[in-house]
Ligand binder design. Structure first.
Ligand code: ATP
Ligand code: ATP
Ligand code: MG
Ligand code: MG
Ligand code: MG
Ligand code: MG
Length: 257
């Protein structure tokens, strides 16, 4: 017969395995909507880009930055968001599962709460789900490469999807559209858009082409005794190119620690 009074907490805790993030290392928590292909159909999202749905994602990301102080930058596209946690963060003593679940669920709850604000004419018919993972990126170059990789992915997908949906909307079957685009390079896709549909890809909304960046608008100030002080103002959303150096040179404080 088991006596609960004899169960020692140290013994039960032996079975607990805490995966901790590497110390002093930038960590990306990337969340991605589960089955959003279907979720977007059920809710009649405009294809290929529903602007209001993207703005809802961005607004949720702003809330995440306001809630979790150690998140210094976020990049979002489609149904995904990458949140960059600064290397010195001690959030949940760097226990990965707590960090991922807290951010994922905060984002999901905010998405549900703000749905009406961004898509007032649409009923939320099923619950959105986001999965999440944490990956550590040990150097400045590698975290920059990670972010560039996501933005390159945004470019490639958006260009493909823009062509695909123009072909479908003009009467092609999805199969015909797929086979027309199979193996085409960037130039050929731009050609299809301009020749068949009179669309200049570079004139499409920048949020669709570049995705969205979310960060604290910081300011550097030199005080009387020469100390550089930082003032956090507010969280901003923009659609900068984060592949080139310009953005990072203009915002040197974002990835400083
Ligand atoms: P998984 O569960 O594996 O992530 P998924 O169906 O969510 O599957 P993704 O690769 O994550 O697939 O792609 C997300 C899909 O959601 C896109 O292909 C697109 O169809 C849809 N989607 C997401 N956001 C929007 C949006 N703002 N406007 C239109 N469609 C969107
Ligand atoms: P942490 O973020 O570390 O989990 P916490 O404040 O959530 O901090 P817990 O140790 O998880 O602390 O304890 C949950 C607390 O929530 C309880 O101490 C209690 O005060 C409160 N609480 C939870 N459920 C109820 C409930 N049904 N009725 C009243 N109080 C509750
Ligand atoms: Mg997924
Ligand atoms: Mg998805
Ligand atoms: Mg996705
Ligand atoms: Mg707890």
């Amino acid at each position: 017969e088991q006596n609960v009074n004899n169960i020692k907490p140290e013994y039960i805790k032996l079975f607990q395995f805490d995966k901790k993030l590497l110390p002093f290392t930038w960590t990306v928590i990337r969340i991605d909507g589960s089955h959003f292909h279907r979720f977007s159909e059920v809710h009649g999202f405009e294809k290929p880009n529903d602007e209001q749905a993207l703005k809802l994602m961005n607004s949720c990301a702003v809330s995440v930055l306001e809630e979790f102080n150690d998140i210094v930058f976020a990049y979002g596209v489609s149904d995904e968001y990458s949140f960059v946690l600064k290397g010195s963060s001690q959030l949940y003593q760097r226990r990965a599962s707590e960090i991922v679940s807290a951010i994922c669920l905060f984002f999901t709850a905010t998405y549900v709460m703000k749905w009406k604000e961004f898509l007032p004419q649409k009923e939320l018919k099923c619950l959105p789900n986001f999965d999440g993972r944490a990956v550590c990126y040990p150097t400045y170059e590698i975290i920059r490469d990670y972010l560039a990789w996501r933005q390159v992915d945004c470019h490639i997908n958006n260009q493909y999807n823009t062509c695909f949906w123009m072909l479908v909307k003009s009467g092609k079957t999805t199969r015909e559209a797929q086979s027309k685009l199979k193996g085409t390079q960037t130039q050929e896709k731009n050609q299809i858009l301009s020749e068949l549909f009179g669309i200049d890809y570079s004139m499409l909304p920048i949020m669709f082409r570049n995705g969205s960046c979310v960060f604290w608008d910081k300011e550097m100030t030199v005080t009387d005794n020469g100390v550089v002080a930082k003032f956090l103002k507010k969280v901003v959303v923009d659609h900068s190119n984060i592949i080139e150096d310009d953005f990072w040179e203009a915002h040197p404080l974002i990835l400083e620690e």
